[in-house]
Ligand binder design. Structure first.
Ligand code: ZN
Length: 477
């Protein structure tokens, strides 16, 4: 399986024991531990105790892996704390982001569920949570028997514990702890607190920590360590590759940063290093600015040797965030049930996720699905050209189409349309075509459904059609 971090692997194995106790509370093993260490609670809230056995101490230490790798599935909601626990299906943190409200002495999810109708209390949910979060909560399915709440493992679809996925959770924990432990000696702790709390994957925070310690293998650092190199930047070959050069001053880095037009600080000051810049962003910017700074820095370093375009593409793909001046174009196609016509739809959004244009068009006859999808993509490209957009991402849920556009093939019965798409796309300064799973293309789908019902074409200029507002907001989160 290629486990490289032994400590993390051990932790994952121990977490498996913990998971067994948690998921089989009636087993002998669970009963023994429960009687001694958590008689009135479940294992995740257990205390280490005054004289713990070696086995229990080991399991106890691994519980954080379970906390990190799971979320609650709502049964009756009695065990789930609304504001503290992870229970939303949203993939980011699974926690509620709406501001906590004091509405009840009993802030458990069960108070949001109507015991009679066995369903959510929609008015209460809408009053307590942000609109998008409320609509997400109201979509969480409930079992009419209101069973006990249960923890599900996030690493796989079946929700079951696998050592392999636990290993990845454990590895991040181990690295994160190592980083925290060593950082506490090095720098003022408010600085690190902000870094550790930024909304970014742990590997990016660890990267930031390494940058601060000047621990990246830049050419200059390699030279210092006695490697046979002159220390010059391998990309521009003009200057010594220090961390500041690699991340901020080299041309390819500058090109990337130039997309961040509302950056609150000067990123190119020759006297500022990464720590200075980060501190300034903490002072002058928002926490999302700090997150963006770390993510972009990470991507510049990680793929610095690739062309600028590829770097940006990878950044966008990884974090689903658009930099200013970029547009995302979702395209989709559908056939109506009578089979006498098909329709395509295009939605153009700016970097904030706001719809700036939408187009819905009926085609004269019912084409096969791959053809409609290809027409939809071509229409999207033409629409973007017409609007004068320069940096664009096209998204379609037709994987084969996206693969074909990104390859050199122009054969097959759709080859001429592919050719057309590629030729038109040459106009853009920057463009990528990417596959989007059906969920993510919901807004375009809704437009498709609308076209199906009405059977005619519509264009919205400058506003998004009202019925897709909610979906657009959800897509943005
Ligand atoms: Zn350079």
């Amino acid at each position: 399986m290629g486990f490289r971090n032994l400590q993390a692997f051990n932790l994952a194995l121990l977490a498996k024991q913990g998971w067994r106790i948690l998921s089989n509370p009636n087993s002998l093993l669970a009963k023994v531990y429960k009687a001694k260490y958590f008689p009135y609670d479940d294992i995740l809230n257990a205390k280490l105790g005054s004289n713990p056995s070696y086995a229990w101490r080991s399991i106890y230490n691994s519980l954080e892996v379970i906390r990190k790798g799971t979320r609650w599935r709502v049964g009756n909601g009695k065990r789930i704390h609304i504001w503290e626990d992870k229970w939303l299906p949203t993939p980011s943190t699974h926690k509620v982001i709406s501001t906590p409200r004091d509405f009840d002495d009993f802030p458990m999810v069960s108070s949001l569920i109507d015991a009679n109708s066995k369903w959510w209390k929609p008015d209460l949910v809408k009053a307590l949570f942000l609109q998008s979060e409320a609509s997400e909560i109201l979509k969480i399915p409930l079992n009419l028997n209101l069973p006990e709440d249960s923890l599900i493992w996030l690493g796989n679809r079946r929700g079951s514990f696998l050592v392999k996925s636990a290993y990845y959770v454990a590895k991040e924990l181990v690295e994160f702890e190592a980083a925290c432990a060593s950082s506490s000696n090095h720098l003022a702790s408010p600085f690190w607190k902000k870094i550790w709390h930024v909304n970014a994957p742990p590997k990016i925070k660890i990267f930031a920590w390494r940058v601060c310690l000047d621990a990246l293998p830049t050419m200059l650092n390699l030279r210092r360590r006695g490697l046979n190199t002159a220390g010059f930047c391998q990309i521009c070959d003009k200057e010594l590759e220090s961390i500041s050069h690699a991340l901020f001053h080299c041309n390819h880095a500058k090109q990337t940063w130039s997309c961040w037009s509302d950056c609150p600080v000067n990123l190119y000051s020759p006297t500022c290093d990464f720590i200075d810049i980060t501190s300034q962003i903490m002072e002058k910017g928002s926490s999302s600015d700090l997150g963006l700074l770390l993510m972009v820095t990470w991507s510049i370093w990680g793929i610095g040797t690739m062309p600028f375009i590829m770097m940006l593409a990878a950044l966008l793909l990884k974090f689903g965030r658009l930099l200013k001046g970029f547009h995302k174009i979702n395209v989709d196609g559908a056939t109506n049930n009578n089979g006498n016509h098909s329709s395509i739809r295009v939605i153009i959004r700016d970097h904030t996720g706001a719809t700036i244009d939408a187009l819905n068009k009926s085609l004269p006859s019912a084409f096969p699905a791959p053809t409609i999808e290809a027409f939809a993509l071509l229409q999207g490209v033409l629409f973007a050209v017409e609007m004068g957009l320069t940096r664009v991402i096209f998204e379609s849920d037709d994987l084969a189409l996206i693969q074909a556009v990104n390859s050199n093939e122009n054969g097959g019965d759709l080859g001429h349309i592919l050719q057309d798409i590629k030729a038109q796309a040459l106009v853009f300064n920057w463009s990528i075509f990417q596959h989007l799973k059906r969920d993510g293309n919901k807004a375009a789908h809704e437009l498709a459904r609308d076209a199906k019902l009405t059977g005619h074409s519509r264009t919205w200029k400058g506003v998004s059609p009202p019925f897709i507002h909610q979906i657009l907001i959800e897509d943005m989160l």
